[in-house]
Design a protein around this ligand. Structure first.
Ligand code: ADP
Ligand code: MG
Length: 353
């Protein structure tokens, strides 16, 4: 490259920046559905229904019976970094909602066609809103609907040509990830009825997930995994330090209690589904001391103060930075070792990389 003149440095156009950044926040179908389901849960919904059309390729809707959106918020609803959940950096240390960055609706606008139907308890009728890729409202009309919100995204990734092609090619895989993601929320959400349906050209509406909205983890596990799997599980509870604990269910030790793949492992931090590779590696390694051929089923929730971890590591907030990771892993290891053949276990904490 050397030798030529230095090219001028210029700002990238706003709409190009918006599109580029949005593709990082919403990188596949499941990340799009995740954002909408989390918005519904943040709005206090007790029923959340996910409707996929063509496995999500044509469009998808997430509707809820939450608070609804007040007319005074319509214009700001899909603007980047506009949120009702935090107002400054300090609020982050105590944030209890799934969302707080005000990026999801704005990003979905940039990547497809967004429509919102909503009504609060203070409104007699609902409103249907249409949005431009920029996030601005382009259409507003009155409609009859119950209190709550339904967000529809049509033609996700139609504004990103490469992603769009891959998205359509891998749609069944993307769909599978959505189901797994919904299972994660179905297991941990108490008192929330979660329904997912898919409609394809040939078939009419097909229910792919339906939970009862029960108030215990045990009942949720039975609904999602079935009672036979539940019989192979054992409650797990370990105190990490004062005010910090991990609890849930783990496969009992011994043959036949696990699975041939690690597809039934769900980890949470204060109810937020997270990817914690070191934790899953630890759980798998320790389980192998009692059952070498299988992977354990695991549903574990880390209940720790909001000040002791950071979810702002990756745009999808699934990566977690723990301030005392070693303490957490050591306590977890001790608890699991007590459950799975304590004497035989030679696993070292230094191996968890
Ligand atoms: P965030 O969730 O990070 O605040 P979003 O872009 O996902 O950002 O949503 C922007 C705002 O829109 C939210 O802060 C919330 O006030 C409102 N909102 C979005 N979805 C819903 C919903 N299903 N019910 C009620 N309000 C919603
Ligand atoms: Mg959100």
């Amino acid at each position: 490259m050397g030798g030529g003149s230095s090219p001028a440095i210029r700002p990238i156009g706003r709409s190009a920046v918006h599109r580029i950044c949005s593709g990082q926040v919403i990188f596949d179908l499941s990340s799009a559905v995740k954002e909408l389901v989390e918005n519904s849960l943040d709005a206090g919904a007790t029923t959340v229904e996910v409707t996929l059309r063509g496995y999500g390729e044509d469009s998808f809707t997430v509707s809820d019976n939450g608070t609804g959106i007040a007319p005074s918020n319509f214009q700001a609803l899909a603007l980047k970094h506009h949120t009702s959940k935090i107002s400054d950096f300090g609020d982050l240390s105590s944030v209890a909602t799934f969302g707080f960055r005000g990026e999801a609706l704005s990003s979905l606008c940039a990547l497809g066609k967004l429509t919102v139907e909503t009504r609060t308890k203070d409104e007699q009728v609902g409103t249907r809103l249409e949005f431009a890729h920029s996030g601005l409202v382009t259409g507003e009309s009155k409609m009859a609907r119950p209190v709550g919100t339904a967000v529809t995204v049509e033609k996700l990734f139609s504004t990103l040509p490469v992603r769009s092609k891959e998205f359509r090619r891998n749609i069944r895989k993307e769909y599978g990830k959505v189901i797994s993601l919904l299972n994660a929320y179905a297991l941990i959400s108490k008192g929330v009825r979660l329904v997912c349906t898919n409609t394809t050209g040939k078939n009419s509406k097909m229910a792919v997930l339906r939970t009862q909205g029960s108030s215990s983890l045990k009942d949720n596990i039975i609904t999602v995994f079935g009672s036979n799997t539940f019989k192979c599980l054992q409650p797990f509870n370990v105190t990490i330090s004062e005010g910090c604990q991990v609890d849930g269910f783990l496969s009992k030790p011994g043959p036949g209690s696990g699975r041939n793949s690690g597809d039934r492992q769900f980890f949470y931090v204060n109810g937020r589904p997270v990817d914690v590779p070191k934790v899953s590696k630890l759980v798998n390694e320790l389980y192998r001391s009692s059952n070498a051929k299988q992977y354990p089923v695991a549903v574990l929730n880390f209940c720790i103060p909001t000040t002791s971890y950071d979810v702002n590591v990756a745009p999808d907030k699934r990566k977690i930075f723990f301030s005392s990771e070693q303490t957490i892993l050591l306590s977890l290891r001790e608890g699991i070792e007590n459950m799975y053949c304590p004497q035989q276990c030679s696993f070292s904490i230094n191996n968890i990389e």
